[in-house]
Design a protein around this ligand. Structure first.
Ligand code: SF4
Length: 353
């Protein structure tokens, strides 16, 4: 039976809402705090954490975060280095900076209440269209439809789009507007998100148990494993190169320094390393190593994956005297795993020590 466009939308919305009631994921930021809606501060924090990080990783770190800073006022009073130290292991440190900046603005301009309208949210640092809509829909039950990767994938399959998602963003947005709920926005948004994460998964979707398969073009045409197709630019990641230097002193300490306040991992602590380049032949020794080239020993290399490129780093080691590097910071070797060093720097140390 061929349903009209409107009937198809109504049926899918109602199926997803029913499915969500029985199958919703138990996530710490969803706990209801008022009128069966979650605490907006919890949604605000979780949405920053979830940008580029999996739900599994965020679950544990979210609880630690809320224990340390239970309210927006607690968070807004903290320094950037405190939040960056906490963020170690989550990556994409600009999110932590933006989360803190946004919380300070909310404290000052909105009396510490997370805004419940699009215009006030969208101008906050680190908040784009998706995050603003996720906060509005999930925390305030506003009628919106944020398009995350799970929801986009479901729509691509339901409607059988054969172009890469990047090329059909505007079509997906128009389509998703038909799926906005007036009364149950909070549940429908999270229902789609959970459905994409549990049933309509990126690889091997569980079409057999899918309650909307009768309305799914991908299922009817057996395309569910081939769409959404990836764009070529997604498949080819750039590669960059660097060399890093572990200087180890007589007190079992490792030399560290602060990165510049601009660019990748801005203002974070780092192991000294050469400027990252695309052409390996263009690597230039960092100033700190200029007079020590004969002392350094090669220890191995690591490849670390950032969102837009992979970084291959050769790691070198040298025993040095602390008093030859008076203006630098030192970190106890036994402390580096618990420190706020970015994960890539921790992996570099592991290669050498
Ligand atoms: S039938 Fe398969 S591809 Fe279609 S929505 Fe359901 S799980 Fe996704």
């Amino acid at each position: 039976m061929n349903l009209s466009k409107k009937s198809k939308e109504i049926l899918i919305k109602s199926d997803i809402l029913n499915w969500y009631k029985k199958n919703k994921r138990d996530l710490p930021w969803r706990k209801a705090s008022r009128k069966s809606l979650p605490n907006p501060y919890h949604i605000f924090v979780s949405e920053f954490m979830l940008q580029q990080t999996t739900v599994g990783t965020v679950k544990k770190r979210f609880n630690e975060f809320i224990k340390k800073w239970p309210s927006l006022d607690d968070l807004a009073s903290k320094s950037e280095s405190t939040i960056l130290n906490f963020w170690s292991g989550l990556g994409y440190y600009s999110r932590a900076r933006n989360l803190l900046k946004a919380s300070k603005i909310i404290k000052k301009k909105h009396a510490s209440k997370i805004p419940d309208n699009y215009n006030d949210l969208i101008i906050l640092p680190g908040i784009g269209e998706y995050t603003a809509k996720a906060i509005l829909g999930i925390a305030y039950n506003k009628s919106v439809m944020p398009l995350d990767a799970n929801i986009e994938r479901i729509f691509v399959r339901l409607y059988g789009f054969k172009s890469p998602i990047l090329k059909i963003k505007s079509e997906l947005k128009i389509l998703s507007n038909s799926y906005i709920s007036k009364k149950f926005s909070n549940q429908l948004i999270q229902g789609f998100m959970d459905f994409g994460s549990i049933i309509c998964t990126p690889r091997n979707p569980n079409c057999i148990d899918c309650i909307i398969k009768n309305n799914c073009i991908a299922f009817k045409k057996n395309l569910q494993k081939t769409i959404p197709i990836k764009s070529k630019s997604n498949q080819l990641k750039k590669k960059k190169y660097s060399r890093a230097y572990i200087f180890y002193n007589e007190n079992n300490e490792i030399l560290v320094r602060r990165r510049s306040s601009k660019g990748m991992l801005a203002s974070m602590l780092e192991i000294p390393n050469d400027r990252w380049v695309i052409d390996k032949n263009k690597l230039v020794y960092d100033k700190i190593v200029q007079n020590l080239k004969k002392k350094i020993q090669y220890k191995g290399s690591i490849e670390y994956s950032f969102s837009h490129f992979d970084l291959e780093t050769e790691v070198f080691f040298a025993n040095v005297k602390k008093n030859h590097f008076l203006k630098y910071k030192w970190m106890k070797k036994n402390n580096f795993k618990k420190s706020g060093l970015p994960t890539v720097m921790k992996k570099i140390i592991e290669v050498a020590i």
